[in-house]
Design a protein around this ligand. Structure first.
Ligand code: ADP
Ligand code: ZN
Ligand code: ZN
Length: 685
């Protein structure tokens, strides 16, 4: 990922102009890429929020430019109100938002809005400051002497590499699970603080923040702040205010923490950099890892991208010399990596004479763990009880009436649910098509696993982690806490349990239906599967006893499983590279996805053909357009979806084409059809 110049030259970010520039360029917080001019009655600065009349209602917006002269061609409407007497966002965050708007074709007003805590006002900031000084009058305490562990030689080398970055530089920290990456993050943060620089730590999901935040808080008491969407709006404003005032020079948070108002940034850490949750899947569709790289570059800071299974993109950047690679090839204290075994479920079928959920191999391994009072994790990436309902007589399956997917059976509530739109239906007693009573539930989900394991091992203490039972980050922490304390023997869950957690007594991990994620119609399916298997395998054998992993598959010969067995990431990278190169996919091309959607199927199809024709007519040799074709998820919430992909030899070529496409789309009368541009998409559903 490289920088490119800002397309629309604008004034210096946040340059405080308090001259009564009577006219303001306003980026409204709506999905529109252009700005609008309003007249102001008093002084204001770039970056301040305003309320302006827009198409008959009042909307919020940000001042992104000021000028003294009226626009020539029209009368500017007066703004209703200037909300802030000074800009809330620091200049560099404002500049970062402009980069996002430009690079991701995202509406600037919406980007700026997502960079601030929801509901923030000057009043609420003042109240947060007052509460804070009541609670904690002595601020900015000196740090206690460092309690850091004595680093292994590999960790020390990694730390030195980070330390020796002259100004901006990206380091790919490729360390196997349990190799002590977190300790490197902490000591690098310590060094940054010693040099008077602040540090930003990004984690892929809320579930992982408390754990990491605690490890940082012990080492930097009173100096860390946490930012994620699980906080109340009051807590978020409080944390944000502490950061803005320089009271918390270490920030730990999820995706949107990339906008944390830190000054004097010296270090950025992106943990589990390969995780797709760093990409926001709604406007503004930015990738927090890539945005963090740009932020670090602008700040002249080092950025560390840590992972046991780096993304193909980052690994390629390491290979090409754009990133410095630091390796932690072994676990600390010579703990061995777990032994991975792939069980052929086709053979199990032959032996059992029917479809079974658990292989004999896995059941035996679980029984041994229970005897030895060790713990087991069982992963299945599908919640619910059964994948779908099937009529054995006529083949009818119950599909969602709004989306092109089958409904999943949830036993505890006795409902068929759509996992995309939430539609809930009572399961029929007879087939709605042929009235047959032979309707069967096919394919298992986590709820079914928990149910079956309870019957198979009645004495075992079993807990489940998935979105059905985890309504709040607190639930997640409670179940994981119990597991860590040894109050649970078997933990069943979706990918929520695959990452980051450290459970020393887990010596067995079972993966059910490992094929499911491989079958997704997405060029990253193999990469995702390999990452998931490696991550979940990494949960095993983190204590003194060696770990074991049993993967159940119907396609055990697939290279993803073969290489998961040897856990040789480089081999996987080489194998996968061949395929990506041959098909001109990232990291060997720049990619954008375009989704055209409309409730009316014909209109969606027509617009997608128009988009295809427009792109084809550009005469740009360095792009290839694939489609339009119905998106893999052809109907979603009653909306029909068509997809195009643009593969480009260079980012410039890609952005040139998208610039022209966007201009063309905006020159047309707005209708009901939506055309969504997704730069560097991570999911093509
Ligand atoms: P990773 O983030 O790479 O999965 P962690 O940082 O969680 O690994 O480290 C795994 C375990 O090893 C943790 O329990 C941690 O406390 C311990 N550890 C890390 N570095 C060292 C070290 N230098 N000496 C001893 N123990 C260490
Ligand atoms: Zn039927
Ligand atoms: Zn649905």
């Amino acid at each position: 990922m490289t920088a490119r110049p800002i397309r629309v030259p604008m004034e210096e970010p946040c340059e405080v102009k308090t001259q009564p520039g009577p006219f303001a360029e306003v980026a409204v917080c709506l999905p529109l890429s252009r700005t609008f001019t309003y007249s102001l009655s008093g002084p204001a600065a770039i970056g301040c929020r305003v309320v302006v009349p827009f198409r008959g209602r009042d909307v919020e917006g940000f001042i992104v430019g000021l000028r003294d002269t009226a626009p020539e061609s029209f009368d500017a409407l007066p703004a209703r109100e200037v909300m802030d007497h000074e800009p809330l966002l620091p200049a560099d965050v404002f500049a970062l938002c402009r980069w996002i708007a430009d690079y991701y074709f995202a509406p600037l007003g919406e980007v700026l809005k997502s960079a601030l805590p929801p509901g923030i006002t000057q009043k609420r900031i003042e109240r947060a400051v007052a509460r804070r000084s009541e609670k904690d009058p002595a601020k900015a305490r000196a740090l206690p002497p460092d309690l850091g562990l004595a680093l292994t030689p590999d960790q020390q080398r990694a730390l030195d590499t980070i330390e020796n970055v002259p100004g901006f530089g990206a380091i790919l920290l490729h360390g196997v699970t349990g190799s002590g990456k977190t300790e490197v993050y902490i000591q690098a943060t310590r060094r940054a603080l010693d040099r008077g620089r602040t540090s930003l730590v990004l984690v892929p999901e809320i579930g992982l923040t408390p754990q990491l935040a605690e490890r940082f808080a012990i080492r930097f008491p009173g100096r860390t702040a946490v930012l994620h969407s699980g906080l109340t709006s009051k807590q978020r404003i409080e944390e944000w205010t502490r950061i803005r005032r320089g009271d918390a020079p270490v920030v730990i948070g999820t995706r949107s923490a990339v906008f944390a108002p830190l000054e004097n940034l010296g270090l950025v850490i992106v943990d589990e950099e390969h995780e797709t949750s760093y990409k926001q899947e709604e406007t503004p569709r930015y990738h927090a890892r890539d945005t963090a790289i740009v932020r670090a570059r602008n700040a002249g800071a080092a950025i560390v991208l840590g992972s046991a299974t780096p993304s193909m993109e980052s690994f390629r950047n390491g290979e090409a010399g754009k990133f410095t690679v630091a390796r932690l090839p072994s676990r600390v204290e010579q703990r061995p990596l777990p032994k991975v075994e792939v069980v052929n479920m086709r053979e199990e079928y032959v032996v059992a004479g029917r479809q079974v959920v658990f292989s004999e191999r896995l059941l035996g391994a679980i029984a041994t763990r229970l005897e030895r009072r060790e713990q087991t994790i069982v992963l299945l990436n599908r919640r619910g009880f059964a994948a779908f309902l099937l009529c054995r007589k006529c083949g009818f399956t119950y599909d969602c009436s709004a989306c092109s997917v089958s409904l999943t059976y949830h036993r505890s509530i006795h409902k068929l649910l759509c996992h995309y739109c939430g539609l809930a239906k009572r399961p029929p007693e007879r087939c709605p098509e042929c009235a047959s009573e032979h309707i069967h539930y096919v394919g298992e989900g986590t709820e079914r696993l928990e149910h079956d394991l309870t019957e198979l091992f009645p004495a075992a203490r079993i807990a489940r982690v998935d979105r059905d039972v985890m309504r709040h980050p607190r639930d997640f922490e409670r179940v994981l806490g119990a597991f860590r304390n040894g109050d649970t023997d078997i933990l069943v869950g979706t990918q929520m349990i695959a990452k980051g957690h450290d459970f020393p007594n887990v010596t067995l991990v079972g993966v059910i239906s490992a094929d499911a994620s491989l079958a997704l119609p997405d060029f990253r399916a193999a990469e995702r599967t390999f990452q998931l298997l490696t991550q979940v395998a990494g949960r095993s054998g983190r204590g003194d006893r060696p770990g074991e992993v049993v993967i159940q598959s119907y396609h055990p010969d697939h290279y993803t499983f073969q290489l998961a067995e040897t856990q040789r990431f480089e081999d996987f990278y080489q194998r996968e590279s061949r395929y990506r190169r041959a098909l001109f996919y990232p990291p060997f091309s720049a990619l954008a996805g375009i989704v055209v959607s409309d409730r009316n199927a014909e209109r969606a199809a027509q617009t997608s053909r128009d988009v295809g024709q427009f792109l084809g007519g550009l005469g740009e040799e360095r792009i290839r357009v694939i489609g339009p074709a119905p998106a893999p998820l052809e109907r979603l919430k009653r909306v029909h979806r068509y997809q195009l992909l643009i593969k480009a030899a260079t980012r410039d070529a890609l952005h040139r084409a998208l610039d022209k496409l966007q201009a063309n789309l905006e020159s047309k009368k707005p209708g009901s059809t939506r055309v969504m541009i997704d730069v560097d998409p991570v999911s093509l559903m």
